[in-house]
Design a protein around this ligand. Structure first.
Ligand SMILES: Nc1ncnc2c1ncn2[C@@H]1O[C@H](COP(=O)(O)OP(=O)(O)OP(=O)(O)O)[C@@H](O)[C@H]1O
Length: 284
């Protein structure tokens, strides 16, 4: 069985010389829910954008990213069939979010476009069954009553939930969510994270989510991958990632990372036992 995500020897230098990703090697099994955490500028968004094939990595013979068994990029070149690959991936990304002027239900139905002839997509000709499927997905994320509204009229949290409904309709086996709660209030953040955890649990959908808020990562994601200056400095169970270990990994930056975490200073949040064994922790 293939991995949900496989990254090998991934490096990224930007044109200004910034080494934003430093030899990333990472595999995620199907059905995992993984948080990508790190201080501002540590490389979370850059890594997520590489997984989406929005940015190409440095050229290098061993450089590879596969999602759901499909090549996203290899040797520093984004795969020529990237559109087909993306059709298999659910995105909760700023870049792939909703079309403001279209109704929410149509935005959700966009998740089906890859499975239908182009003319149907252009004419927005959807069957009753497809429309019902969209409503069901909107019900699952708790915003069915908004289905006829323009996407632009939804709150930030509702928009993220509509994007998750689109991934449900799409039947995506892997969902990539890039800072989905970055600009949301605590209650909306909680709802979005609970929905992501639910689709992971109920649909066996692999979820990889980048987060600023370490408390959210520890609460909802059994596995955490922590970046520091483009390097993976921790990959293991959330339950082992104590504030003390974060301070060891991040030094003074730990305060930024811990700023939102409202929990006792020494006890980790208990999470379900993880399938990958003992954590990998390296000092930064
Ligand atoms: N297009 C670019 N050109 C040059 N440098 C870039 C570019 N994009 C990102 N960087 C740099 O790469 C590093 C990683 O940035 P990235 O946005 O991935 O961090 P992040 O962890 O997502 O931060 P944040 O949490 O603030 O969103 C930063 O130093 C950033 O300034």
């Amino acid at each position: 069985m293939h991995h949900a995500l496989r990254i090998e020897q991934l490096n990224k230098h930007f044109a200004n010389g910034k080494h934003a990703l430093n030899n990333i090697n990472l595999t995620v099994a199907q059905g995992e829910m993984v948080a990508l955490i790190g201080a501002s500028g540590s490389g979370k968004s850059t890594l997520m954008r590489h997984m989406a094939g929005l940015v190409s990595a440095d050229a290098g013979p061993g450089s590879l990213i596969e999602v759901d068994g499909c090549c996203v990029q290899q040797g520093g070149r984004v795969h020529r069939n990237i559109r087909q690959v993306r059709a298999r991936i659910g995105f909760v990304f700023q870049q792939f979010n909703l079309v403001d002027r279209l109704p929410v239900q149509v935005n959700v139905l966009v998740g089906l476009l890859h499975r239908m002839p182009l003319w149907r997509g252009l004419l927005r000709w959807f069957t009753e069954q497809e429309r019902a499927q969209a409503i069901e997905a909107l019900q699952r994320v708790g915003i069915a009553e908004c289905h006829a509204q323009r996407a632009s009229t939804l709150s930030g949290g509702q928009q993220q939930r509509a994007a998750i409904a689109r991934t449900l309709v799409q039947g995506a086996k892997v969902v990539l969510a890039d800072e989905p709660i970055a600009s949301l209030d605590p209650e909306s953040s909680r709802k979005v994270m609970e929905i992501l955890a639910r689709i992971n649990r109920e649909d066996r959908c692999t979820v990889i989510v980048s987060l600023h808020q370490v408390d959210m990562a520890l609460k909802y994601c059994p596995r955490v991958v922590a970046l520091n200056q483009g390097c993976v400095v921790y990959d293991g169970p959330a339950s082992a990632l104590t504030p003390d270990l974060l301070r060891e990994l991040y030094g003074v930056q730990a305060d930024e990372i811990l700023a939102d975490a409202q929990r006792p200073a020494t006890s980790p949040v208990l999470v379900p036992s993880a399938p990958w064994g003992s954590p990998v922790a390296q000092t930064a």
